[in-house]
Design a protein around this ligand. Structure first.
Ligand code: 4NP
Length: 171
């Protein structure tokens, strides 16, 4: 059967951090695998971007790539980009890693964009702790990357469950 679906018909999910080299590419990798394993990649378009220009065109941080690979997530092909005005029309869900990203996105959002901007940890389980923001692991130790993965795996599961319910995604 010919698949006529393109990105315009898909539900758009965009993950945002500051540099697009640590947290948001990790979120993209985690969520992409979850969606692929569920057979829903034809229905959900996933991407990530940064609010800054710092690392445009650069591959994810080597530590982020290595820790993600240990859990079966492939970040190697990703390249950093900066969020653009067009993203606010292309993606229905824009998920910020921290409060500063959220504020930057709210300031950038065009008035006629109906994208829903929120913190990714709004989707986390109660059991995983009380953090509301994904901490930036860039200047910290290696354990920070595993912590980011733990938070994002949990939030991604709940995000996908909510998208399934809201958009009646049965596959
Ligand atoms: P990210 O981490 O926002 O999770 O990609 C950072 C990467 C780079 C910088 C800060 C945070 N930086 O200042 O260059």
């Amino acid at each position: 059967m010919v698949n006529y679906m393109n990105n315009m018909n898909k539900i758009g999910v965009l993950f945002i951090c500051l540099g697009n080299i640590c947290r948001s590419p990790t979120a993209e990798g985690v969520f992409r695998k979850l969606v692929q394993d569920a057979g829903l990649d034809v229905k959900i378009n996933i991407d990530s971007a940064g609010t800054s220009q710092y690392h445009i065109g650069v591959a994810p941080d080597a530590r982020a790539t290595a820790y993600a690979a240990e859990r079966g997530y492939d970040l190697a092909q990703l390249r950093a980009r900066q969020v653009s005005r067009n993203d606010f029309y292309k993606f229905e869900y824009i998920l910020a890693m921290d409060e500063l990203n959220l504020l930057d996105l709210q300031l950038l959002q065009p008035e006629d964009s109906s994208a829903i901007i929120s913190l990714i940890l709004d989707y986390k389980s109660d059991t995983i702790g009380s953090e509301t923001q994904v901490p930036d692991p860039y200047f910290g130790g290696e354990q920070g990357f595993n912590h980011v993965l733990n938070l994002l795996e949990d939030a991604s599961e709940n995000l996908l469950s909510q998208l399934r319910a809201k958009h009646q995604l049965n596959r």
